[in-house]
Unconditional design. Structure first.
Length: 284
């Protein structure tokens, strides 16, 4: 059952179950807390699980106006940071993060490192990027998202959800799963804006600079931080591959495991991801 917390006059939806040290599961684009449905509940017996919907996504409230800056990386972070601090989660927090949830979670850990006990990350925005590092299969479409064509592709045609998300899993999604992911973005226009703002915020070649700076600070901090880290590597993967993959492998105090999947690996390998996180946490 989802709860709601008001942050900056905006209702943030989240799951909050169990007792003990908190594990915070943070999704990215264009998903929601639903991404973690086959993973997070497996930790309720030993931990308090916190699974938010980012603002404008899942069951969280949409922001008003056209191209609201609250959907930018730093805008989303302000909501998430205020949300997590309002919950009074204690001093032993574990992060499990994916996609843009990775960038957001790594920033939270950088700025609140004294309360972070571990970070598990996968297929996420972890280091600054150049277009040369981006998978060739995604370059053309992501450049289109960042052009004037982006509004038509995403706000009108819902491309990120219906084409990228739905076609990603190795094992095809059921209609029930597709419908759950569709729910927040059924209505054309600004309701779909978060799924356009996020690809426009990927820090390619230092653009946009404000996002690049935050991701660069994340990478610099976590490359040497002593926080225990688990990198769940995707095979074949999509985002955290090539030179980016090699860079995070060099980070301090990191373990690596591999699961099957492209980008939305929670759809293909939830049991394997769960088992790896449980082993990692038990060994801390």
């Amino acid at each position: 059952m989802k709860k709601f917390l008001e942050i900056k006059n905006t209702k943030i939806a989240y799951i909050d179950e169990g007792k003990g040290d908190a594990i915070i599961f943070i999704h990215g684009n264009p998903t929601s807390s639903y991404l973690w449905r086959n993973i997070a509940p497996k930790f309720i017996e030993q931990y308090r699980i916190i699974v938010p919907d980012l603002v404008g996504m899942g069951d969280s409230q949409k922001l008003e106006g056209i191209d609201n800056p609250g959907y930018s990386f730093n805008g989303q972070y302000e909501y998430l940071d205020s949300f997590l601090k309002k919950l009074n989660l204690g001093i032993r927090l574990h992060l499990v993060i994916h996609d843009w949830g990775c960038g957001l979670g790594l920033k939270f850990a950088r700025l609140n490192s004294d309360v972070i006990s571990s970070i598990t990350f996968m297929e996420g925005v972890a280091v600054p990027l150049t277009w040369d590092q981006w998978p060739e299969a995604g370059t053309k479409i992501f450049k289109l998202f960042r052009s004037d064509a982006g509004e038509e592709l995403i706000l009108d045609k819902n491309f990120f959800v219906e084409r990228i998300l739905f076609n990603d899993p190795i094992n095809p999604m059921s209609e029930k799963t597709k419908n759950e992911y569709l729910k927040p973005f059924v209505q054309q226009g600004e309701d779909r804006r978060p799924t356009l703002t996020f690809p426009r915020n990927i820090p390619f070649n230092e653009e946009p600079l404000e996002t690049h700076n935050e991701i660069a600070k994340n990478a610099e901090f976590h490359s040497s931080s002593s926080i225990p880290k688990l990198f769940i590597n995707a095979d074949p993967g999509f985002l955290l591959v090539g030179s980016q993959r090699e860079e995070v492998r060099s980070w301090n105090n990191i373990k690596e495991v591999v699961v099957k999947g492209n980008h939305f690996i929670q759809e293909d390998s939830p049991d394997e991801i769960t088992a790896h996180i449980k082993t990692f946490l038990a060994e801390l």
